[in-house]
Every structure is written in C-alpha cells, then in structure tokens.
Design a protein around this ligand. Sequence first.
Ligand SMILES: Cc1cc2nc3c(=O)[nH]c(=O)nc-3n(C[C@H](O)[C@H](O)[C@H](O)COP(=O)(O)OP(=O)(O)OC[C@H]3O[C@@H](n4cnc5c(N)ncnc54)[C@H](O)[C@@H]3O)c2cc1C
Length: 386
Amino acid sequence: MKEAMESYEAVIVGGGPAGSTTAYRLATAGVKTLVLDRAHFPREKPCGGGVTLRGAKQLPFSIDPVVETTASAIDFRLQYGAESRHAYDAPIVLMTRRSRLDAYLLEKAAEAGAEVRQGARVRELRPDLSRPEAIGDGFRVKADVILGADGANGVCAAAIGSARSQWDALAYEGNADRALYSSPRYENSMLFEVGTVPGGYAWIFPKGDHTNFGVGGWFREGPQMKAHLARLCGSHGVDVDRLSGVRGYRIPLRGPDTQVFLGRFALIGDAAGLADPLSGDGMYEAFTSGRLASENALRILGGHDRDFSRYRAALRAELGRHSAISWLAKLILERRPRAGYRIATSKIAGRLFYGDVSGTRSVRLPLPAPAAGSLQRLAQTRLLPA
Ligand SMILES: Cc1cc2nc3c(=O)[nH]c(=O)nc-3n(C[C@H](O)[C@H](O)[C@H](O)COP(=O)(O)OP(=O)(O)OC[C@H]3O[C@@H](n4cnc5c(N)ncnc54)[C@H](O)[C@@H]3O)c2cc1C
C-alpha cells in the first residue's frame, strides 16, 4: 500500500549538528518543521568532539551542559619528534562527546517546536519539484523547502550529483580511559602530530575522564589507518588494541564549484562537503551553513526568494576565503612538512590560530572571493595523486 503524502513547510533530513540547529532556528521562527533521522538518539558519530569557540558562537544557545572539558593550548609535534606549544589565557575549544552533544542539540530543536522523527531513514529525494519530496521506509513527505543534513554517507548529496570527491578525507579514532593514559601535559591542550599521515595528521584531545586518540588523512589512506593510529598510540606508550570505541568515518571535502542546492532543496554541513580541509573540523561549518540556509529558507517561505541561490552566495562569502587559505596551508604541510611545522609554530601563527579558533578574528585569504576560489582550485589540483 502506498503511504499517504505528508506536508510540512520545512523538512530536514538528518538530525546531526547541521540539521538539529537548523531545525531549531526554523521552528523558533514559527515554521512547521520536521526532522527525519535514521538513528535513535543518543547515537555515536565518529568525531573528536572539539567544538571551537567560533563554532559555539554560531549557536543561539549555550552548549555548556554537554562540555566535558576545555582546551586552552595547541601543541604541535613534527613527525613524533620536535614539539612546540601555543598557550592561551582562555579556552579556545570546548571538548564534547558527540553522543551527548548531538542528543542535546536535537532536544533543543524539539523544545523549539520541531517534530523529530527518529529511526526514519530517507531512501530517496526528489529535489527538482516545486515542492521537493523525501521518501523513506513507510513515509512520504513533501515540503516547501528541504535541507539535506544527512552527513558524509547520506543520500542527499547524491540526489543533486555532489556525492564523492577525489579530495575526501577519512578519520579514524578511539578512546583511552584514565587507567590506560593520562598526561598532565595534555590535560587542557590539543596535540597535533603533523607530517605523520598523508593528507592529514594525528591528534590527541583531552575529554575529562578519557583521552581521544585519532588520525585523519586522504580517504585512500584507509587501509593504513589502523597502522597510523597504532603509531600515534605507540609514541605515547598506549597499546592501540586497548582503545575503546575505535571507528572511522569519511569527511567529504569538496571544491568551490560543488553544487549545494537545486531549487528549494539545499545541502548543509558534511552533506555539502564543508569541513575544513586542514583541520577536518566540520561543526563550525555545520552550524554556519545551517544558519545561512535557514535565513534563505525563511525568505523562500515568506515569498521573497524563489530558491536557495542566496544561500550558495552567502556560503561562498562566509566560508570561501577561509576554505581557500586552508587548502593552501594543507598544500604546504603536505609537500613541505618541516616548513609547515615552522610556520604553524611561529608566534604570528599562534596569534592567528587564537583569533580564528576563538572566533574573534577569522583567518581569510585577503583576496576577492573569485580569486580565492581560483587559488583553492590550484591547491586542490596540486594535491591530487600523481
Ligand atoms: C574521526 C573524526 C573526527 C572529527 N573531529 C572533529 C572535531 O573534533 N571537531 C569538529 O568540528 N569536527 C570534527 N569532525 C567532523 C564532524 O564530525 C562533522 O563535520 C560533523 O559531524 C558534521 O555534522 P553534520 O550534521 O553535517 O553530519 P552528521 O553529524 O554526520 O549527522 C548526519 C545525521 O544524518 C543522519 N542520516 C544519515 N543518513 C540518513 C538518511 N538516509 N536518512 C535520515 N537520516 C540520515 C545520521 O544518522 C546523522 O544523525 C570529525 C570527523 C571525523 C570522521
């Protein structure tokens, strides 16, 4: 039997950080909003769980109730050797567990009035209709606007031909409890081991009652990820086989020309491939894209805009020049890890990191957006495998 077609003003596919915060914004504005997520919350999402202050500043409410600890220093080590620290007077990153953070954000959306349907997997999107549709197991929904927030492995990006790219990254991580690992040095610091994983780095993040060990790099490094993680753990005296919750996940990284909307359907967060190519962080971008898309959605619902083209332009203006500088820095770190390490550990870089991560002064390429886009394309091309 064919299911009855349901109707909403806004449907959001995926209730992760991008989807839940967008639902919160739309529901708060009085929009009849439905969130569909295939999972039941709390659910795990492979992630270091570090929310930069600039990310937290994007949110219209505090996430303090789910912050485990904070980091106020960044340590860099070059190929498990030389080490250098930038220490700050105040926290710059809020350390969370994604199971708690995401459940909290989704709860906020529900409190604001969004209908949240869990265990609802969307199988098919029809984005090209005047009222786009989402079809899943046992439901069919149409809406005035649909936001695709189903992350790296969802169906939304593929629905508008933006699924995979040659630059996609993979990250692999696990946790060491205090009995296994504790280091006063890294209690409130994030350690980045650079020049260790092709296309990325290794990290150690403090989490209150445990420490998160992770490695990230090119997606094609997949078969080597366990060995990279073992090397990171070994260099800190930890047996990789004793980590708990070890898992990996794709981080889509796309170019400046990637399609992010079709008519009244738009991609946000990881579904749009917005994570920072240098750090692999994607929550700031998830929150930012959700904010920009919800502004455009409200204009569509109010009859002021016809589609999400304003969102695409806003995304380029707000994230484009930052993304370009990250691709250029990634190129340097990849081709010249020693030079990259020297730059990253310089005093000026320490000040730039502080401004950027704390959200007081964003680091952007000081060029018009089209020129930044061209440099980004160049860096991306140079980073392709020979
Ligand atoms: C190992 C690792 C470490 C990372 N560390 C950090 C970090 O420390 N800081 C940081 O800022 N970023 C980090 N990132 C990136 C960050 O995890 C992502 O950028 C972020 O989760 C993006 O949020 P999202 O809402 O777009 O997608 P997601 O968090 O992936 O949420 C997508 C949601 O969609 C649902 N879904 C998927 N498919 C469907 C479907 N067909 N139908 C319905 N629902 C569906 C899923 O259940 C999920 O709840 C890391 C990534 C990895 C892999």
